[in-house]
Design a protein around this ligand. Structure first.
Ligand code: PLP
Length: 383
């Protein structure tokens, strides 16, 4: 893998390999092959596609270069990347994870890990004392998600890494919301960074993908062993789409972030809106902490309506956003967290977490801001 001698915007475009070494073609081709010829019976760099292929190498190198890791891993989905990273734990271990996190991760932690004999505590990680007092003799790792989804709780990455180091715990982080352009956790001491590349890295709502990387060669070996043994890898065509999406991340993210900031300000002034949660707002209580570890607010915000009964008319009125459980696309995506992204979490638990039926999440796309606001305002005014 090449050393990251270039700045992020350049790495995004050129990645690990910016042309096909075999032909000079301007993009790395889709190597649609399951196996590779062994000349004279001798295996070469690529021998079988579960272990690796040049299309996958392209995105695996890209995430390692972008995050500053020693090796990258591409998976069939963000959840497969999370499962891959959690393969670093074993039966009898205990994991501390955030109490406000993506619904699919919640399902994996509460339904799958216990079957594997791994205990999980869901803790408010913005409270360092709560994290420290949840550590048990068998605790092996902290899983972080900051900002959390969908309530944007910020945890102090540096302080949690410090706690983890003194207790010899691994730190894993889901960096999907921020992308490596806004937050680079390996530089803050985190061991493994995970992305749902389905979101901003892919950027076009046309593929499902996961990425992970680490700065530790020993952990990289273990991640590779699991990825190669189980095989939840990203297929060659999806690697091509992901590589193409990554090239324009900076432009898309900057535009989406500007749109999100302005939508957040306008939503805050609208009488139908009870509260807006967005790290870029002056009213965001953890703004200072967020900006000590991230270079931007991101392009996603949440807002809660004064009156839950206005959710339905709003969803029936808006025309521009896709109404769906996802984020990070070029198009604006509006999510009703209660019934979509966090449907996997029982109603009582959601309420305890602070996710009510009136909570909505917007992933701002790159459309014209006035068109977006006009559409949203019509939805907010609908009864
Ligand atoms: C923060 C976060 N992490 C992980 C995932 C899971 O990713 P995927 O849907 O690609 O499996 C999601 C999906 O919405 C997410 O929002």
């Amino acid at each position: 893998m090449k050393k990251p001698t270039k700045r992020p915007a350049t790495i995004l475009v050129h990645q690990g390999q910016d042309r096909d070494p075999a032909t000079g073609a301007a993009t790395v081709p889709i190597y649609q092959a399951s196996t590779y010829h062994h000349p004279g019976g001798v295996g070469q760099e690529f021998d079988y596609a579960r272990s690796g292929n040049p299309s996958r190498q392209q995105v695996e190198d890209a995430i390692a270069l972008l995050e500053g890791g020693v090796q990258g891993f591409a998976y069939a989905s963000g959840m497969a990347a999370i499962g891959g990273a959690l393969s670093l734990l074993q039966s009898g271990d205990h994991l501390i994870a955030p109490d406000d996190l993506y619904g699919g991760t919640y399902r994996y932690l509460t339904m799958i890990l216990p079957q594997q004999g791994i205990e999980v505590s869901l803790v408010d990680q913005s409270n360092l004392t709560a994290v420290s007092s949840s550590i048990r003799p068998n605790t092996r790792a902290l899983l972080l998600e900051t900002p959390s989804n969908p309530l944007f709780k910020i945890c102090d990455i540096r302080a949690l890494v410090e706690i983890a180091r003194t207790q010899r715990l691994l730190t894993l982080i889901d960096n999907t919301f921020m992308t490596p352009l806004l937050q680079r956790p390996l530089e803050l001491g985190v061991d493994v960074v995970i992305h749902s590349a389905t979101k901003f890295l892919g950027g076009h709502s046309d593929l499902l993908a996961g990425l992970a990387t680490t700065g530790d060669p020993e952990l990289a070996k273990r991640l590779k062993r699991f990825q190669n043994s189980l095989g939840p890898v990203l297929g060659p065509f999806d690697c091509f789409l992901l590589s193409r999406g990554i090239k324009t991340l900076k432009l898309r993210l900057e535009e989406g972030q500007n749109n999100a900031a302005e939508l957040a300000r306008r939503l805050e002034r609208h009488p139908a809106v009870k509260r807006v949660i967005f790290p870029g707002l002056e009213s965001f209580d953890q703004k200072q902490l967020h900006f000590t570890q991230a270079a931007g607010a991101g392009a996603v915000l949440s807002f809660e309506l004064e009156d839950d009964s206005r959710v339905k008319p709003l969803l029936e009125t808006v025309e521009l956003p896709i109404i769906a459980p996802s984020l990070g696309g070029v198009e604006t995506i509006l999510t009703h967290c209660w019934s979509m992204s966090h449907a996997a979490i029982p109603a009582d638990t959601k309420r305890k977490m602070g996710i009510g039926p009136g909570l909505l999440r917007i992933s701002a796309g790159i459309e014209d801001l006035e068109d977006l606001w006009g559409d949203l305002e019509r939805g907010l005014n609908a009864l």
